[in-house]
Write a protein that binds this ligand. Structure first.
Ligand SMILES: Cc1cc2nc3c(=O)[nH]c(=O)nc-3n(C[C@H](O)[C@H](O)[C@H](O)COP(=O)(O)OP(=O)(O)OC[C@H]3O[C@@H](n4cnc5c(N)ncnc54)[C@H](O)[C@@H]3O)c2cc1C
Length: 495
């Protein structure tokens, strides 16, 4: 940005911005004192650093430490019980402990590892598999014990009901079976005396109680919401009485009694902290979201009651301080909603004097969504409500993946195909580019620009399909070097 543009921005500064200062930041349960937020930010800066990707997979330093910690615990435990036939059970016990601890939302572990909740769930699955493997080895090396059979059976049962097809296609059934399986595993842990896993249960139990207290508080304070059907497959929920403290990019769990008293579904907040009402965009997926669209038509603008829990989700990069001055915000399809929220928050903070050099907003979508009047580029421009001066701060790139032979569609969008061999960041802002984003090219160019600006790191946030997230993770790792590092926070909509 030129000095003149910077001065222009300074002229709209209304209130001084101070890092980690917002009262409401991360106030899921209580508003945290500033020194804790500072401490957490510093931790994140170290623990969220990612290693270079090997076979498209990279780990944060925090994840490596947890992994090594689990291995060390295993070694010590096995060493202490050397000579005892039962020592082989330690492997299963420790893996089970870590597996349980990773189920906790907003946990100390996800915080220390610089992990998003979704990434925590990934490790929950990994350690679950390791616990079963450890259990099998232990089973094969010891004499018959009925409670051992029970324990191993319960672990296998849990694994069986959590397999991908059940989780993905029959989510509600999966959740119920997972709860039943968990209760059976708890019985197994107690009967078989898996001492170490009991610590995990204690930790989980504490979080469970806190969560129940939060839900109870919310149950006493039902919220009034408005549900609108905005397109054939998308609804908007507006929470009118905003009593919730949240941060850009966080999500809420919602229960609408008119649909079901028992189902709570997670949805990202699209508004940004400080706005009077909270807006959420919901795309039709399965039964609950389909019924939501039907309910919206039935209610026809009338308000209804909803229970909310949260906010959840913790950015795994330190966005509460001026650690990053350049941001790349990438959304795929409906995944643009938390991205807009973060973008709005950064813009708001910029007006208070937060030093931000540039925000690159990249949205990639399929052709169908573009023709809906909701998530169009004009709509995004309008909800960001960019003042002319801020337009220089946010460079917007809207990508449309469409088949090149669809002439009708191409006539409706700005065809930048001449620029397709090389992505230039000076393409006209706010216009559709008829190709998938070349993530590597974007990140490389942005990294170059950051280097010219004497910045050594760039904050990247991505939400969308897992293929997009993997690509951003992988490309950020490969593009990062000792001069400029790109740190990524990812958000996925499917667990
Ligand atoms: C952190 C997070 C934020 C999300 N934000 C948005 C958003 O802003 N807009 C949007 O349209 N969608 C969002 N989703 C996805 C949304 O939660 C699901 O589409 C919705 O719950 C589907 O419910 P269903 O009964 O209609 O479909 P189902 O067929 O029951 O589920 C479809 C898929 O959605 C996921 N899902 C379903 N229920 C739950 C649940 N209770 N908890 C977690 N995942 C579930 C599962 O992966 C499942 O495979 C988000 C998901 C997560 C995890």
């Amino acid at each position: 940005m030129t000095t003149e543009e910077n001065q222009d921005l300074e002229s709209i500064v209304t209130k001084q911005w101070l890092s980690y200062s917002e009262e409401e930041y991360f106030a899921t349960y209580i508003a945290l004192p500033r020194f804790i937020k500072v401490f957490r930010g510093k931790f994140q800066q170290i623990f969220n650093r990612r290693t270079y990707a090997i076979f498209n997979f990279s780990m944060s330093i925090g994840e490596i430490i947890v992994f090594l910690g689990a291995l060390a615990g295993l070694g010590v435990n096995m060493g202490l019980s050397y000579g005892n036939k039962n020592n082989s059970g330690s492997a299963a016990g420790i893996n089970l402990l870590v597996c349980i601890v990773f189920t906790v939302k907003n946990s100390i572990l996800t915080f220390l590892c610089g992990l998003s909740y979704e990434r925590g769930i990934f490790w929950h699955k990994v350690f679950g598999w390791l616990a079963v493997l450890g259990g099998v080895l232990h089973f094969l090396s010891t004499d018959y014990q009925w409670d051992g059979w029970f324990m191993l059976g319960s672990l296998f049962g849990m694994l069986g009901v959590s397999l991908w097809p059940i989780r993905y296609f029959l989510y509600e059934i999966f959740i119920r079976l997972h709860w039943i399986g968990f209760i059976v595993v708890i019985v197994g842990i107690i009967l078989h005396g898996v001492d170490i896993a009991i610590y995990g249960l204690g930790y989980w139990g504490l979080d469970f109680l806190i969560k129940q207290a939060v839900i109870y508080r919310h149950l006493k304070n039902a919220h009034q919401i408005k549900i609108e059907k905005v397109t054939s497959d998308m609804a908007k929920i507006t929470i009118l009485d905003n009593k919730i403290n949240y941060q850009g990019g966080q999500y809420l769990c919602i229960c609408i009694p008119k649909l079901s008293y028992f189902q709570w579904h997670p949805f990202s907040i699209q508004s940004s902290f400080g706005e009077k009402k909270i807006e959420i965009f919901i795309k039709k997926s399965g039964n609950w979201t389909r019924d939501l669209l039907v309910l919206a038509e039935k209610l026809n603008g009338e308000q209804t009651k909803a229970y909310l829990c949260g906010p959840y989700g913790f950015p795994s990069i330190d966005i509460a301080s001026d650690y990053y001055k350049t941001f790349v915000l990438i959304g795929g399809g409906i995944g643009i909603t938390p991205i807009i929220s973060v973008c709005k928050q950064l813009l708001e903070e910029r007006t208070k004097g937060r030093p931000i050099t540039k925000i690159y907003l990249i949205w990639t979508t399929r052709s169908k969504e573009r023709h809906e009047d909701l998530l169009s580029e004009q709509y995004i421009e309008s909800i960001l409500s960019l003042e002319d001066k801020q337009k220089n701060l946010v460079e917007r790139f809207y990508h449309l993946s469409t088949s090149s032979n669809n002439k009708k569609e191409q006539n409706n969008v700005n065809d930048t195909s001449e620029n397709q061999t090389e992505v230039k960041l000076n393409t006209e802002d706010g216009k559709f580019i008829l190709q998938r984003p070349d993530i590597k090219q974007y990140l490389k160019t942005i990294q170059e620009i950051a280097k010219q600006n004497d910045e050594s790191r760039v904050g990247v946030m991505v939400c969308g399909p897992s293929a997009l997230i993997r690509s951003v993770q992988e490309k950020s790792s490969s593009v990062s070097n000792s001069k400029v590092r790109l740190d990524v926070h990812e958000e996925v909509f499917a667990l």
